[in-house]
Design a protein around this ligand. Structure first.
Ligand code: NAD
Length: 350
């Protein structure tokens, strides 16, 4: 039986990866390691917590001693590393937390793998889940490929770029079997409502203003989170050691167009008059250093490993809205307490 450590499994993407691996690989033991920060929520995994091949370990990856002890006692066959501080706005307010978790935490895991796997890299694998934001920003044309030079602009993307470099360095220097994927913006169920789509759904539902940075001109590529989890599965099982794959939806949207689409879906779901939800849109002062456009070319993944996105955006967005409307308790739980203080501070005076 293979034992796979998944870090950050209580978060948005991590919970989808854990669910997929627990269900699809009953012969594998899945250990979910998560510090349960504000973004970690075991309720995301309520449907798998009783499965016999699933286990949760509460641990902070910045704690090297605890990470080493864990690797010493558990003979992991692989790591799929997703634990991270993930929100750009929070990285602008507190960059050091991003250095600690995303850089130091990743190096702690790499060190533990190096020390306790004892060079048995033919049978072990370290998979690092990363972002397309490491490539910087694009103008009106062009796409990021795997050979685009790194040019991160925010503290978040700088910390993820740094961790990507460390992962490659452990491959080149020590021979560790590593793979990295860089993915575009994800959307779907269990997404913490500080990010654009779930924040807008929550605010529209509650008739609160929907803040849009600048004039909403920034362009992002959006991928359904379950398609990302499937891409991770495919890359984890099929990629050669040292490879990098870009993952994306070939689905670019200006923020303002996306919000208008969401408003139309919400009008219809909530039985509101057409155009009612769009009245809530409020333009706020732009994010500092806001990258204009990201677009990612996932041709390599499609051609070499046969992965393609499964869902059209409109369909995925409607499924996502349905999930939030059907899971009011989940939404109320995560938006109570500290969330409100964070939200008020983030958007005050904007
Ligand atoms: P998230 O913020 O929803 O979840 C992060 C998880 O990591 C949480 O469960 C949190 O408790 C845990 N965590 C944070 N600090 C930790 C620490 N010090 N020790 C242990 N656990 C800790 O993030 P997400 O959106 O699910 O992103 C997961 C990964 O995917 C990240 O590495 C992110 O950079 C990457 N990524 C995200 C996107 C996206 O659109 N969300 C796109 C591309 C790549």
């Amino acid at each position: 039986m293979k034992k796979i450590l998944i870090t950050g499994g209580a978060g948005f993407i991590g919970s989808h990866v854990v669910r997929r691996f627990v269900s699809n690989y009953p012969q594998c033991e899945i250990v979910n390691l998560d510090a349960l920060t504000y973004a970690g929520n075991l309720a995301n995994l309520a449907d798998v917590e009783d499965k016999s091949n699933y286990r949760f370990v509460k641990m902070d990856i910045t704690n090297a001693a605890e990470i080493n002890q864990l690797f010493k006692t558990e003979d992991f066959d692989a790591v799929i590393h997703l634990a991270a501080e993930s929100h750009v706005d929070r990285s602008i307010a507190n960059p050091l937390a991003f250095v600690m978790t995303n850089v130091i935490g990743t190096v702690n895991l790499l060190n533990a793998a190096r020390e306790y796997w004892k060079g048995d890299y033919a049978n072990k694998r370290f998979y690092h889940v990363s972002t397309d934001e490491v490539y910087g920003a694009l103008g009106e044309t062009g796409m990021f490929t795997e050979s685009t030079a790194y040019d991160p602009h925010s503290p978040y993307s700088a910390s993820k770029a740094s961790s990507d470099h460390f992962v490659r360095a452990y491959h080149d220097t020590y021979g560790l079997d590593v793979v990295i994927s860089n993915c575009s913006n994800n959307y779907g169920s269990h997404h913490f409502p500080e990010k654009l789509i779930p924040l807008a759904i929550n605010n529209i539902k509650n008739n609160r203003s929907v803040p849009v940075y600048g004039k909403g001109e920034n362009v992002r590529d959006w991928l359904w989170v379950e398609d990302h989890a499937r891409a991770i599965d495919v890359i984890f099982h099929q990629a050669k050691s040292g490879e990098t794959y870009n993952i994306g939806g070939h689905n670019e949207w200006k923020n303002i167009d996306l919000i208008h689409l969401l408003c139309r879906i919400m009008d219809s779901k909530l039985g509101r008059e057409a155009g009612e939800s769009a009245k809530l849109i409020t333009f706020v002062t732009d994010r500092a250093g806001h990258d204009l456009r990201y677009a990612i070319d996932s041709t390599k993944l499609q051609k070499e490993l046969g992965w393609v996105p499964s869902l059209q955006f409109e369909e995925g967005l409607e499924k996502t809205v349905d999930w939030y409307l059907d899971n009011e308790e989940w939404l109320n739980n995560v938006t109570s307490g500290h969330y409100q203080a964070y939200y008020d501070n983030q958007y005050k005076g904007r």
